[in-house]
Structure formats: structure tokens, C-alpha cells
Design a protein. Structure first.
Length: 256
């Protein structure tokens, strides 16, 4: 298990989320116009939620580019068809991310709030993803026992990590990090008086084994071309979606 202490989480919600939802833009659709991946509600399966544990959350990995098609930032977008999304982004990119959103007059339709009480993390899963999700659905939900100790106990017994310490988890959002097949799970938790200093494996060694880049380490702002970092095979770019900043260079680079 690894915690991303330097990643920030923003909640983007519609200003009308408690009213009629038939005639306004979902925040996922708004962000889709600015990023490389296809962020589309039709791509989201119905979520399965019980006692605040979401076992079927969709996580999109995507990036923002400058008008010349060079890298600006990468991020994860969490969505389950509710009228809000969570955006996980490294603190290095946070200010520029907010500036980009404000540039497109996001305040007219959406509210952006920094979630200081939330932490994100990663669990390596190898081939155990289906088993984990089945466990959540068939055991935890059936027995009405969605607790941090049950979740971490199952991970410890089935993923072969050692010395897992028990955090205090009030809410958990867990989904598949699909940058590579059988790569891992990402999660968002609410922490109460809990330190995330005890990472149980070397995430950088693990991601490099799978050839997965991290934007804040591996890419240069306004210089890097994301196709050179295998973003197409990381499920982070669509060549069939509508226009977004930098799409022309992506298309030309792909078809050279």
C-alpha cells in the first residue's frame, strides 16, 4: 500500500446539483473538453454503494496540454454518475489546474473545493482485482461489515504485503487504476488523526516495472509530448473525441 501525500483532491460539483438535473452540464463533460481522455458518462457503469464504500467507481487517467500539444499536467478523475467528480492531482500542478478552469469560466456552473480531509493511495494487485471486488460485494456487503480492518485484512491475506497498520477509515472510494492491465487499485479515504507515513512497498520501483510514468517526475511542463510516454497504451488519450487543446499535434504525431 502506498499513500500519495503530495497529491491534492478537488471536488467539482454543479451549482444546481440538488435541483432538476436534466438541463445542465455534468462536471465530467466540462472537463472532457480540456483533457486528452474521453471522459464520458456513457463509459461509467452503475455504481454499487453501501455504507459509503463504493466498489464500482470509475477512474480516468488523463492530461491537459498547451495549445502546441505539449504536456501541462496529468490527473485522475473519479466519477460514478453522481453530480460531482473528484480530481486527484499533484500539488506541483494544482495552481495551473485551477487557473485553466477559471479561464474557461468554470464558476458559472460549478463549485470547486479542495478536500483537505481526504487522502489518496494505491494498492498493487497483480491478478487479484476480480477477487478483491468479489470479496467486497459478497462478504463485506452481505455481512454488513465494511470496516477498515476487514478491507486491510483481506488485502494482507491475498496480496502478500506485510505489516499493514490499521488506519481509521470513515469513507472509502476504491476503483481500478487501469493504466496497465492488473496494475493496481486507487482509493480515496477520509482520515482522522492518521498518519500516512508508512508506505509498505516502493511505488516508484513498481510503476517503472510496469512502465508507468508520473507526470511530476518524468515529464517536463511545456516540453514533453505525452505519446512519447506511452499515454495511448496507458488508456489516457482518445483520438476520436471532440477537440481539446493540443489535439492537432496528438493526431499528427500518431500518424507520422
Amino acid at each position: 500500500m502506498h499513500f500519495f501525500k503530495d497529491n491534492l483532491i478537488f471536488k467539482i460539483s454543479n451549482t444546481k446539483e440538488n435541483n432538476d438535473i436534466s438541463n445542465f452540464t455534468h462536471p465530467l463533460e466540462f472537463l472532457n473538453k480540456l483533457t486528452t481522455n474521453l471522459l464520458k458518462l456513457d463509459n461509467i457503469e452503475s455504481n454499487f454503494t453501501y455504507n459509503t464504500l463504493t466498489t464500482n467507481i470509475n477512474i480516468f487517467y488523463t492530461a491537459m496540454l498547451n495549445p502546441q500539444g505539449r504536456f501541462l499536467m496529468d490527473m485522475f478523475v473519479y466519477s460514478d454518475k453522481k453530480m460531482y467528480i473528484y480530481v486527484e492531482i499533484h500539488k506541483k500542478f494544482a495552481d495551473n489546474f485551477l487557473k485553466k478552469l477559471h479561464l474557461f469560466d468554470i464558476e458559472s456552473e460549478f463549485i470547486i473545493t479542495l478536500q483537505n480531509n481526504l487522502t489518496t493511495g494505491f494498492i498493487p494487485i497483480a491478478n487479484d482485482y476480480k477477487n478483491i471486488m468479489q470479496f467486497y460485494q459478497n462478504y463485506l456487503l452481505k455481512n454488513n461489515e465494511i470496516t477498515s480492518s476487514n478491507i486491510l485484512s483481506y488485502i494482507k491475506n491475498n496480496i502478500n504485503v506485510n505489516n499493514i497498520k490499521k488506519p481509521t477509515i470513515k469513507d472509502a472510494i476504491i476503483g481500478l487504476d487501469n493504466r496497465r492491465v492488473n496494475f493496481g487499485l486507487r482509493f480515496i479515504i477520509e482520515t482522522n488523526n492518521y498518519t500516512t507515513d508508512h508506505n509498505l512497498f516502493n511505488y516508484d520501483d513498481y510503476r517503472l516495472l510496469y512502465k508507468v510514468p508520473e507526470g511530476y517526475i518524468d515529464m517536463e511542463i511545456d516540453k514533453s509530448v505525452i505519446l512519447e510516454f506511452d499515454f495511448e497504451n496507458l488508456n489516457a488519450i482518445s483520438f476520436n473525441k471532440c477537440c481539446y487543446p493540443g489535439k492537432e499535434l496528438m493526431a499528427r504525431t500518431k500518424h507520422l
